[in-house]
Design a protein around this ligand. Structure first.
Ligand code: DX5
Ligand code: ZN
Length: 218
């Protein structure tokens, strides 16, 4: 199954409700939380996420790009977000944190930056509902897709198949009509897209075009 999760990092922050309504045909809305420490950019925190949760026509896929995630991530699950993804690089104990998020009723995701190896996590896939392979350096929209991380996606897909795991494999960054085919053919099933959904003027068409492109592979 293909999932398309538009990233509201590319939306108009002062017309957020309007932009959320423009992506109602997507599977989840991808919500990038940045703290200006883990990444060199700042977005918003739990107060904004709570309002997005209240007005969004589709469930929230929260991507935390923050430090001290062991302390802060469970609070996002308590807001009722469908999924809470945190970075392995920011957690002292990813398994304990994943369990804390699940215990609060959210799906839990583990994310890794382009330079971070995937091997340490391949034997603990049962602890997570989704895995996010960053296909750009986290922090900003509009960057180019990094093909060289595709072997990590392949390794994840192989490990998931071996373990009969239903984990969702997500890519985030530089996803376009071309690169979505690359990611899908290396095992991704869940696609975050910011610029390519919001910058063309017709988000619903962009979502259906991306879905069709990935569907050709799956
Ligand atoms: C980057 C964010 C992405 C970003 C993707 O750090 O995690 O979700 O919005 O934007 P595009 O699709 O423009 O690369
Ligand atoms: Zn993201």
């Amino acid at each position: 199954m293909v999932r398309i999760n538009p990233s509201i990092l590319a939306a108009d922050f002062v017309n957020m409700q309007r932009d959320l309504e423009s992506i109602a045909s997507a599977d989840f809305v991808h919500v990038d939380v940045m703290d200006n420490h883990f990444v060199p950019n700042l977005t918003f925190g739990p107060q904004m996420v709570e309002r997005i949760q209240a007005v969004s026509p589709i469930p929230l896929d929260v991507h935390l790009m923050i430090d001290r995630v062991d302390v802060f991530a469970p609070g996002y699950a308590e807001l009722g977000c469908a999924s809470v993804t945190f970075h392995a690089e920011a957690s002292d104990d990813p398994v304990a944190l994943a369990r804390a998020i699940r215990a609060r009723g959210s799906r839990t995701g583990l994310a890794i930056k382009p330079e971070t190896p995937v091997e340490p996590y391949l034997e603990m896939l049962e602890e997570f509902d989704q895995f996010l392979i960053m296909t750009v350096e986290p922090g900003f929209g509009g960057q180019s897709f990094i093909d060289s991380v595709m072997p990590k996606l392949e390794a994840l897909r192989a490990a998931a198949t071996r373990a009969s795991s239903a984990i969702w494999l997500q890519v985030d960054g530089g996803v376009t009509l071309d690169t979505i085919v690359v990611a899908a053919s290396h095992g991704a099933d869940t696609f975050v897209a910011g610029s390519s959904v919001f910058n063309g003027g017709d988000p619903e068409k962009a979502i259906s075009d991306l879905r069709a492109q990935a569907g050709h592979v799956h």
